[in-house]
Design a protein around this ligand. Structure first.
Ligand SMILES: [Zn+2]
Ligand SMILES: [Zn+2]
Ligand SMILES: [Zn+2]
Length: 329
């Protein structure tokens, strides 16, 4: 596998012939349970009196490798490089079937804290431009492991969607001197038709222009560019975000089983690249958030097939259903 840059959209893609690299080594026992006979290397753990609450392990078949040089080079008009970076599995809970929406707010909070600590640690490497936290759940979403896990990738480039957001956030800030996400929040709070729930310092809402039915965002009410700097060492903040994440996932899962979840946070400010020069206003113009994209099997064709996202449920209707969903506590 290698990374190639699309010269038109300037986004990187990972491509190659998978068979040549071989798939992940086959195992019978879960690699992420505390008593696993065959765990991958443990990178960090949040200990508790009885063991650990959340921990990070090397991905058994990593897409990115920390060793070696990216070897970035031109190929005529094209650009390519080796997939240098990091790829970790974040074990959300030691219990094999205790998923995020079933765990206690304390446990979810510990997972969020571990995620923040791992992102901070990976960003100490100035080669790393971006760290992405994501979770795919359900067969239609490409779920990889049965155990409750999320994944972290640290890359030498900024993923495409985040790059769009960074550029748009900066342009908006340049013309209005305000954060576009803060402006979205204040309008949504005023209009309330797309507001799902506010909890502590966080809000869950349906975006004005959803890409898929029931798309949901979670944002901090107070402006903050970086998730990892958001003060998740403070138990109060952590538990509020944990509770809202749990309740939101329960709402989403009242509609459909599978979903993609991704955390969008600011890029690495230690990266020496000149292209970062234009991220001078990043602390003011970007606002971290979580995006949840539910996977509705029957609707899959309509939005993968078309070049324009097609979402046959309006955000206002989706939010009504999500608000009314039965959730426990
Ligand atoms: Zn397990
Ligand atoms: Zn903001
Ligand atoms: Zn985003």
């Amino acid at each position: 596998m290698e990374l190639r840059k699309d010269p038109i959209t300037r986004s990187w893609v990972m491509t190659g012939d998978e068979a040549a690299d071989g798939g992940p080594p086959a195992v019978t026992a879960c690699r992420f349970c505390p008593d696993s006979p065959d765990p991958t290397q443990v990178i960090a753990a949040l200990p508790t009196a009885v063991g650990w609450s959340a921990r990070s392990q090397v991905h058994p078949a990593p897409l990115y490798h920390i060793e070696g040089e990216p070897d970035r080079r031109a190929d005529g008009i094209y650009d390519r490089m080796r997939s240098v970076g990091a790829h970790e599995v974040l074990v959300e809970n030691p219990v094999h079937d205790r998923h995020l929406w079933m765990a206690s707010d304390d446990e979810i909070g510990m997972f969020l804290r571990l995620a923040a600590e791992r992102i901070l640690d990976l960003k100490r490497d100035p080669r790393i431009k971006y760290v992405c936290l994501f979770k795919d759940f359900g067969p239609g979403a490409g779920q990889e492991f049965a155990h409750p896990t999320s994944q972290l990738t640290a890359t030498l480039f900024v993923p495409r969607r985040v790059l769009y957001e960074l550029r748009a956030g900066r342009e908006y800030f340049n013309s209005k001197e305000r954060c576009v996400f803060c402006d979205i929040l204040s309008q949504e709070e005023r209009q309330s038709a797309r507001l799902i729930e506010a909890h502590g310092d966080y809000v869950a809402l349906g975006p004005y222009a959803p890409r898929v039915p029931y798309e949901t965002w979670i944002l901090p009410c107070n402006h903050e560019a970086s998730f990892e700097r958001t003060g998740l060492s403070k138990p109060g903040l952590r538990v509020n975000l944990a509770a809202l994440l749990r309740r939101t996932l329960q709402r989403v899962r009242s509609i459909t089983e599978g979903f993609h979840l991704v955390l969008h946070t600011s890029p690495n400010s230690l990266h020496p690249s000149k292209s970062l020069g234009y991220w001078k206003t990043i602390d003011d113009d970007y606002h971290w958030h979580i995006e949840i994209m539910p996977v509705l099997a029957t609707k899959a064709k309509s939005y993968t097939f078309k070049e324009v996202y097609y979402s046959p449920v309006s955000s206002e209707t989706a939010v009504k259903h999500l608000r009314e969903a039965k959730i426990d506590g």
